[in-house]
Design a protein around this ligand. Structure first.
Ligand code: KIV
Length: 263
């Protein structure tokens, strides 16, 4: 299993970090059989698993539930990052720490949170308490209403400079890695060069230290959602439906079950 020192080593040696999201036990069991470096139990669970229209509906309880399911599937064979949901780290210090504690006790090995300004004290405190923190800047979906929508960030000189300041702020606060989402590829590269901690990109070009995608997107299970940064590596929707149709056909033709499936 990776640890936070391995993240650093990967950056230094120039070998890429692969991260995928996961929200359930069965998928976690399959991911354990792959060479993926780490698993993010993202707040995208609210959309992918629960059908909400954005990530603002994720709660600490929801994230705890998914982290626990993934943790049972992973069985300590992969490094798990649990996403702190909307506003859960912007309450009282005690509530923020309790939320982080609950995700760690559910089985996360680190937490992730969005944004930089106003999060530094919390990040310093939890890292000193033994909780590794992954930062997340750029197109941060929890801030969608402040950003005026889910738009590519850092396109102007001033917003790119702000993102560089945010990245340095998170590194200084103690983040062991930083997700860079939805920025021009040139800025993804600049941020990666600027930081000593690894960057993990999603829609941030090829030059970040690693990449992350939502599992269902890369498996082609979310064909109705196809932003530019997503690549479906298989046509999961077609294979899924084909499997179910094959079952229905066999049932209708009386070809299932056969003797081998009978007691
Ligand atoms: O929740 C999520 O899936 C994420 C990744 C896209 C980085 O935060």
């Amino acid at each position: 299993m990776m640890n936070i020192i391995d993240f650093q080593k990967k950056k230094q040696s120039g070998s890429k970090i692969s991260m995928v999201t996961c929200y359930d036990y069965t998928s976690a069991r399959m991911l354990v059989e792959t060479s993926v470096d780490c698993i993010l139990v993202g707040d995208s669970a609210a959309m992918i698993m629960h059908g909400h229209k954005n990530t603002l509906s994720a709660t600490v309880e929801m994230m705890q539930y998914h982290v626990a399911a993934v943790s049972r599937g992973v069985n300590d064979k992969k490094f798990i990052i649990g996403d702190m949901p909307f506003a859960s780290y912007r309450k009282s210090f005690t509530d923020n720490i309790t939320a982080a504690q609950l995700l760690m006790q559910a089985g996360a090995h680190a937490i992730k949170l969005e944004g930089a300004a106003g999060n530094q004290d919390f990040i310093k405190h939890v890292t000193q308490s033994g909780i590794p923190v992954m930062g997340h800047i750029g197109l941060t979906p929890q801030l969608m209403y402040m950003l005026g929508g889910l738009k590519v960030q850092g396109k102007t000189q001033s917003s790119a400079e702000r993102l560089k300041e945010d990245a340095l702020m998170l590194q200084e606060a103690g983040c062991f890695a930083i997700v860079i989402e939805g920025v021009p590829a040139s800025l993804g590269r600049e941020l990666t060069r600027l930081l000593t901690v690894p960057t993990i990109g999603v829609g941030a070009g090829p030059d970040t230290d690693g990449q992350v995608l939502v599992l269902q997107d890369l498996l082609g299970l979310t064909a109705d959602f196809k932003p530019k940064f997503v690549k479906a590596f298989i046509d999961g929707q077609a294979q899924y439906k084909e499997g179910v149709e094959a079952y229905i056909k066999a049932v209708n033709l009386g070809e299932f079950p056969t003797d081998e499936h009978c007691y």
